[in-house]
Design a protein around this ligand. Structure first.
Ligand SMILES: Nc1ncnc2c1ncn2[C@@H]1O[C@H](COP(=O)(O)OP(=O)(O)OP(=O)(O)O)[C@@H](O)[C@H]1O
Ligand SMILES: [Mg+2]
Length: 358
């Protein structure tokens, strides 16, 4: 009846109790039951030691009664505290559950730290979801408006041609040309919407390859030169031949959107400046125009889906749907880059910054 024997028996019995406790614990589904179980296991493990002592007759007579009494009282106190703790945990998580079930979730305050983290994270994600949902609804409303207006015009022209209301050759060919322009604009818009939905759904797959930055810029210039010439805007270009790992098609599209905007908002005789260069461990492409500056309050919003500067939402001759910059941003971010805008000189400057790989 050495102390070692008592400790060994206590450890053995305690281990059994713990094993049984763990087995039961995995079946429990409520926090309340789990907390109570923890206390019961602790009390039983202690009792195991006492029982071992009694068996080995290390504890006898009044000492035995005293120890049993102490363990019993300790167990009861433990159970009472456990019950209180369980109640508190259940009540606090109940508060969280109730807030989640409410139609308008607001994070409850003063929860235990772990629950508070969950509650706050939920609030953030609900807010994000709400604003996404709002943006989506706005987009659908605006886009359907922007689709409907040219469609109505086209229908009128087609009907006029069909009914023979318009017969003089000049008007007929003007109508045909106008319809073709509208069809092209609408299909470009549908392409943009498709691209944007892929970006938002996270299914935009980049096929990266090694491309020269200067080549990318040259391609963009080739595509936008006719527009610039028609508008009387001069394109000034300087590009360093830096090799980058990028999806040339996607990045070219992002850059094209910036240049088209710059040409669109620069008055004739103005200059649009395109620069591509290396800045430490990043490559930068900047597009500077002579638009006269973007109002401060709009600077943050130009990348929003369907944001257009003018308050009137009737598409003008070359008015867009407000998708170009959102697409450019999505593509640049898919390349782990960043895009920004500042007012600079006679207009504004859009900067794309891409990390230089390897
Ligand atoms: N270079 C620029 N200079 C001045 N304002 C600009 C410039 N680029 C964009 N903006 C403003 O930001 C808005 C959003 O631009 P974005 O390219 O997203 O749409 P959009 O050009 O109107 O239409 P889309 O690109 O879909 O044809 C524009 O309507 C315009 O008000
Ligand atoms: Mg645009």
């Amino acid at each position: 009846m050495t102390v070692l024997e008592i400790i060994t028996i206590t450890a053995g019995l305690g281990g059994l109790v713990a094993l049984a406790g763990v087995a039961v614990l995995s079946r429990l589904r409520t926090l309340r039951a789990m907390v109570v179980l923890v206390v019961v296991v602790a009390v039983l493990a202690t009792l195991a030691g006492v029982v071992a002592g009694i068996f080995k007759m290390a504890i006898e007579g009044s000492a035995r009664d005293t120890v049993l009494g102490v363990v019993a009282v300790g167990g009861l106190v433990g159970l009472a505290v456990a019950a209180m703790l369980a109640r508190r945990v259940v009540a606090e998580s109940g508060r969280l559950a109730q807030a989640v079930r409410a139609s308008d979730y607001v994070a409850p305050q003063g929860l235990p730290a772990e629950l508070q983290v969950i509650a706050d994270a939920l609030e953030e994600s609900y807010a994000r979801e709400r604003s996404l949902e709002g943006a989506r609804r706005e987009l659908v409303a605006w886009v359907s408006h922007d689709l409907r207006t040219p469609l109505a015009g086209m229908r009128a022209m087609v009907e006029a041609l069909e009914d023979g209301v318009v017969t003089d050759p000049a008007t007929v060919s003007r109508y045909h040309a106008q319809i073709r322009v509208e069809v092209e604009r609408l299909s470009a818009m549908v392409d943009d919407l498709f691209e944007l939905s892929r970006i938002h759904a996270g299914t935009l797959k980049l096929s990266r390859a090694r491309v020269g930055l200067a080549d990318l810029v040259a391609d963009t210039i080739d595509q936008t030169e006719p527009l610039a010439r028609a508008k009387g805007v001069r394109l000034a270009v300087s590009a360093e031949p830096i090799p980058i790992e990028a999806d040339a098609g996607a990045l070219g599209r992002a850059l094209g959107n910036l240049v088209v905007n710059a040409i669109r908002y620069t008055p004739s005789d103005g200059v649009v400046e395109l620069r591509a260069f290396q800045d430490e461990d990043a490559v930068c492409v900047s597009v500077r125009d002579a638009c006269g500056g973007i109002p401060e309050k709009d600077l943050e919003r130009v990348f929003d889906v369907a944001f257009r500067g003018e308050s009137a939402r009737t598409p003008g001759k070359d008015g867009g749907a407000g998708l170009g910059l959102a697409i450019a941003q999505g593509i640049v971010e898919a390349h782990q880059g960043a895009i920004g805008v500042v007012n600079d000189g006679p207009g504004c400057r859009f900067d794309i910054r891409l990390p230089l790989r390897g």
